[in-house]
Design a protein around this ligand. Structure first.
Ligand code: 4AD
Ligand code: MG
Length: 462
């Protein structure tokens, strides 16, 4: 039987015969025999196979066993005399699937920089760090589904192509099949999208929220988890043009319920991933950021701080620190402010609520002060904003005037407004940036290194 290396390393007993398949990480040749270390992506650890000179065609075989070569090895499990592993594999047969030229294969033994690895996006997943990232990413995604499924939230699939700009920030990618060189024109020389595929201008979604609200008004508690797109020209270590977002939406729920869900949600994911991927998490703690495990422990065991935006501004005023950007009441918090609050002041996630209405999206519920909205951002140490959410405006007249205030055409949102005409209820939800979560969890510095194929300005090759 062919075993996954993780499974073999954990459970195989001496004298058992096993077969493994994978890619060679290293080879060491001695006089009497050679060692190869093989990895199949199932775990950080490689299995060590011993090749004796009596293997058929030993000498020619050995020449081809280079880093990157794909192999199948069958042999007997033996206790390992070496340190750091319980067992090894005494090879009785070895098959090469594909060779790998050591002169040109870019992944050699030495440690490569993450910048360099991004230039070989098709191979970098074969490194220790990327392997650990992808396994943790997978465990995060599984934990997210488990969390919501355990609570009877319905997983709904919101569209990727949409006609509305949920966030009103104008960071949309247009989806068209018009030939841009000879696109039909309107009277004032714009592109005539009525002749486009959808008969109107369509975009890649920036958020599944509006459609999730539709579904929440039928099913109560729902969530969507899918790719979202923003043509934000910000080349930072926290922004992608294509990223995944998790968006729960709850009917009959206010901002307090929303906050509580967000906190329970993050705690659950951290706890589950620590249980599922202990070796990978230890690796991050050792090799990437030595506060990773302490951060996880802090998230799981301490209550998050909650402050209002107004309190946040006065805390910034009191801070003994120079900020690059101004922070008067009414101005959006910059990443440096968010990080100061979470990382330096409270040293744990901080939930900031009740932002000025001018800096938040049209759908957020207006507070009684007429100045702020029932918004909440969860700010994480090192990352800044990781979750953005709010209670939604369920009152038709107020929503209509907020839409006008923000210069949005109410016609475009007629169906969204209808939700307030027929059986409207208080409701709330949030969006978690999935890659920011994985960054937070692993301590990885750059968001491009926690997604298999990052999409950023001027970069979409792999
Ligand atoms: O705060 P945002 O813009 O909120 C929304 O889109 C709401 N419609 C969510 C909701 O209430 N259902 O985005 C939510 C989160 C941010 O907190 C951040 O973590 C992440 O998405 N995010 C990005 N992640 C990577 N790259 C980008 N360009 C991101 N923009 C936002
Ligand atoms: Mg936000």
């Amino acid at each position: 039987m062919i075993g996954r290396i993780k499974e073999v390393l954990a459970n195989a007993q001496p004298e058992e015969t096993v077969t493994i398949q994978g890619w060679i990480r290293t080879k060491r040749e001695l006089k009497e025999f050679a060692f190869i270390e093989v990895n199949d992506g199932s775990s950080m650890a490689n299995i060590q196979a011993i090749l004796n000179t009596d293997l058929p065609d030993y000498t020619t075989l050995l020449k081809q066993l280079n880093t990157g070569t794909s192999v199948e090895v069958t042999g007997k499990i033996v206790p390992s005399p070496g340190k750091g592993q319980r067992i090894e594999l005494q090879a009785s047969s070895l098959k090469i699937y594909g060779s790998s030229d050591p002169e040109t294969y870019p992944l050699q033994k030495k440690r490569h920089s993450f910048e360099f690895l991004r230039t070989i996006g098709h191979l970098r997943s074969r490194t220790n760090t990327m392997g650990a990232v992808m396994r943790v990413r997978n465990a995060c995604a599984a934990a997210i589904h488990q969390f919501f499924q355990d609570r009877e939230f319905l997983w709904v699939h919101t569209p990727i192509i949409t006609a509305s700009d949920c966030e009103g920030a104008g960071e949309l990618f247009t989806v068209t099949n018009l030939d841009l060189n000879k696109a039909p024109k309107t009277d004032n020389n714009g592109i005539d999208y009525t002749q486009d595929f959808f008969g109107r201008r369509a975009y890649l979604t920036v958020s599944g929220q509006l459609e999730a609200e539709v579904m929440a008004m039928a099913f109560g508690n729902v969530y969507t988890f899918g790719p979202t797109f923003r043509a934000e020209n910000s080349n930072t270590s926290r922004h992608l043009a294509e990223f995944w977002m998790v968006e729960p939406e709850m009917a009959f729920c206010d901002l307090t319920g929303d906050r509580e869900l967000a906190e329970a949600f993050l705690k659950y994911i951290f706890k589950t991933v620590l249980e599922k991927c202990p070796e990978d998490m230890e690796f991050f703690n050792k090799r990437i950021d030595d506060s990773v495990l302490a951060t996880a422990d802090n998230i799981i065991n301490n209550q998050f701080e909650t402050i209002t935006y107004t309190e946040a501004i006065s805390l910034l005023e009191k801070a003994d620190k120079k900020f690059e950007y101004p922070y008067n009441w009414g101005v959006d918090l910059q990443s440096e402010h968010e990080r100061y609050l979470a990382e330096e002041l409270f040293k744990k996630p901080v939930i900031v609520t009740d932002y000025p209405k001018e800096i938040k999206a049209f759908y957020m519920r207006l507070n009684d002060d007429n100045k702020t909205v029932a918004a909440m951002d969860v700010l994480a140490p090192k990352i800044g904003e990781i979750i953005g959410g709010s209670q939604r405006e369920e009152r038709l007249d107020i929503l209509e005037s907020r839409i006008k205030e923000q210069d949005i055409d109410p016609q475009e949102l007629w169906w969204y407004l209808d939700l307030r005409r027929y059986g409207s209820v208080p409701h709330a939800g949030f969006g978690l940036g999935f890659e920011r979560l994985v960054q937070f969890m692993t301590g990885m510095n750059n968001i491009r290194d926690v997604i298999p194929f990052p999409r950023t300005p001027l970069s979409a090759e792999f």
